[in-house]
Design a protein around this ligand. Structure first.
Ligand code: NAD
Length: 261
């Protein structure tokens, strides 16, 4: 694989201070990209920049809460001021609260929908005019298996299913401008978002249900980079599940599969 797929490309990654977002930043930077590491937590965004190769004058950290339109607009202005262009946006910032339907509060609903669904809308609305001017752009939305099958919680599932719908709508609307929009739906991947889960018995059960077990950040990064690169230019409006087979199966167990042997 070419080591300079993102040479001279400017990439905004939201939620870049931790977990998957941080891993994409390393992937883009290692293939020549200039990365804008945006996060609500400025200290972690800075930490990501410092950990990237050639950090001092190539990549920047920006504090941005994706739920606030004015902060998103400032992130875009800062990117344009520094680099004069935006080629790729990865809508990755996300939050989750694992609660049953009846325990889900209005605050839970608002927080998850605001971050996981409204956030991508605000970011796409802000970057698209600049991509349109150049007649090219790539947008990768980070969805979840929870947007495809029921496996987590109310507001999270709603927001991620919404992201898949937005991906199709934006792909249609933006294709005439050369802008491709796709989603990656990660399965269970070890990051800080599921640290608590990994300390419970649920982690083992999850690993057993998924045909290929738990994923690693690098598995998700490979798909995000592919959908951000020129090689995927004929793909738009798709949601790619990178989930070790989780959404392909309902496992009835080996006993069931061999009943007629
Ligand atoms: N790890 C998994 O198993 C998994 C599975 C499916 C989907 N995802 C999705 O992947 C994305 C990244 O998750 P992760 O596992 O790296 O989690 P993480 O908790 O490690 O990282 C999330 C990052 O988003 C940032 N963030 C939160 N709210 C924000 C806001 N309002 N504005 C800007 N930044 C904000 C956090 O500060 C953090 O740095 C999320 O959208 C998540 O829903 C993760």
């Amino acid at each position: 694989m070419s080591k300079d797929r993102f040479q001279d490309r400017v990439i905004i990654v939201t939620g870049a201070g931790s977990g998957l977002g941080e891993d994409y930043c390393h992937g883009f930077a290692s293939e020549g990209g200039k990365v804008v590491c945006a996060d609500i937590d400025e200290a972690t965004a800075n930490r990501t920049v410092q950990s990237l190769k050639r950090s001092a004058n190539v990549h920047i950290a920006v504090r941005c809460d994706v739920t606030k339109a004015h902060e998103v607009e400032r992130m875009v202005e800062e990117t344009l001021h520094t680099y004069g262009r935006i080629d790729i946006l990865v809508n990755n910032a996300g939050v989750i609260r694992r609660r049953s339907l009846v325990d889900t509060t209005e605050d839970d609903w608002n927080r998850e929908i605001d971050t996981d669904l409204k956030g991508p809308f605000l970011c796409v609305r802000a970057v698209v005019p600049h991509m349109m001017e150049r007649g090219y752009g790539k947008i990768v939305n980070i969805s979840s298996v929870a947007g495809i099958v029921g496996c987590i919680s109310t507001a999270y599932s709603a927001s991620k299913a919404g992201v898949n719908g937005l991906t199709r709508q934006w792909a249609l609307e933006l294709a005439p401008h050369g802008i491709r929009v796709n989603s990656v739906a990660p399965g269970y991947t070890a990051t800080p978002i599921n640290e608590k889960v990994r300390q419970t018995a649920a982690a083992k059960r999850i690993g057993e249900i998924i045909p290929l077990g738990w994923g690693k950040p690098a598995d998700i990064t490979a798909a995000v980079l592919f959908l951000s690169a020129k090689e995927s230019d004929y793909i738009t409006g798709q949601t790619l599940a990178v989930d070790g087979g989780l959404t392909t199966t309902v496992d009835m167990g080996p006993e069931y599969r061999t009943i007629d042997k």
